[in-house]
Design a protein around this ligand. Structure first.
Ligand code: ADP
Ligand code: MG
Length: 229
């Protein structure tokens, strides 16, 4: 049942992404068409023609990039898969985040009470937790502790990212994962959580978010334990 639920949700996300992406591709394509039309005028100078051509090229490149990014998110099978020691990989991620944490007076505390392995792509795993931890740090406007925990039971392994930041309302929590959903205005893209959630689903993980306004947020990721190891 859970498997089914996760699959349905993932499809929903892909559909939303497709809508967002066609919107993103339409802008450069519309611009490109405009420049092709301008170039149909045979009386324009060679200089102008070169200028239009270079804009045309850069518009087509940005449309191509949108598609490429989309394929990277939806095609995890082309990525190299390895057995990852979760604690080691989380250490790498927290090291990457250290400068940003310092700048925001955030202290990252890791507490690994167990060891487990995940089969997945190393880069994607890093990207997923960089996105989550970056948000946590950004939510902690006055600094404080940020906990990274690893724990397991007989059937599941958990990774928890627990911040003491500004938290979210129920509505905000429900919108997490929606493409382009951001409360950060110009400085946000609203793509981080969506990408992270897609990566977690590709790793057969499930996500649980608990948040309280003014108190903080906990992202809990749960993975089935592979008992054959
Ligand atoms: P961005 O960071 O570019 O806004 P994200 O997809 O990473 O986009 O996050 C979407 C939104 O989710 C953020 O704008 C923020 O409102 C909310 N959010 C995510 N993580 C947290 C967190 N740890 N604490 C509070 N709000 C968060
Ligand atoms: Mg973000």
């Amino acid at each position: 049942l859970r498997h089914h639920l996760v699959k349905t949700k993932r499809l929903e996300v892909v559909e939303k992404m497709a809508a967002a992406i066609s919107h993103e591709i339409r802008n450069p394509l519309t611009a490109a068409i405009g420049f092709v039309q301008l170039m149909q005028d045979e009386t324009i100078s060679n200089d102008k023609r070169d200028q239009y051509l270079s804009i045309l090229k850069s518009e087509l490149n940005s449309a191509e990039k949108v598609i490429q990014n989309f394929l990277n998110y939806t095609n995890p099978q082309i990525e190299r898969v390895e057995s990852l020691n979760v604690n080691d990989e989380l250490d790498i991620v927290t090291n990457i985040m250290q400068p940003l944490a310092k700048r925001n007076s955030v202290t990252i505390e890791s507490k690994f009470s167990s060891i487990f392995w995940i089969n997945g792509n190393r880069q994607s795993f890093h990207q997923c937790f960089v996105n989550i931890i970056k948000n946590s740090i950004e939510a902690m406007e006055t600094g404080g502790p940020l906990k990274v925990e690893v724990e397991s039971t007989q059937t599941n392994a958990f990774i928890r990212i627990h911040d003491t930041g500004k938290g979210m309302t129920q509505e905000q929590v429900e919108r997490l994962g929606e493409p382009y959903y951001s409360t950060k205005g110009e400085s946000g893209t609203g793509l981080g959580i969506m990408v992270s959630y897609n990566i977690i689903r590709a790793l057969n993980g499930t996500i649980n978010v608990k948040s309280e306004v003014g108190k903080g947020t906990t992202f809990e990721f749960s993975f089935p334990i592979d008992e054959t190891k």
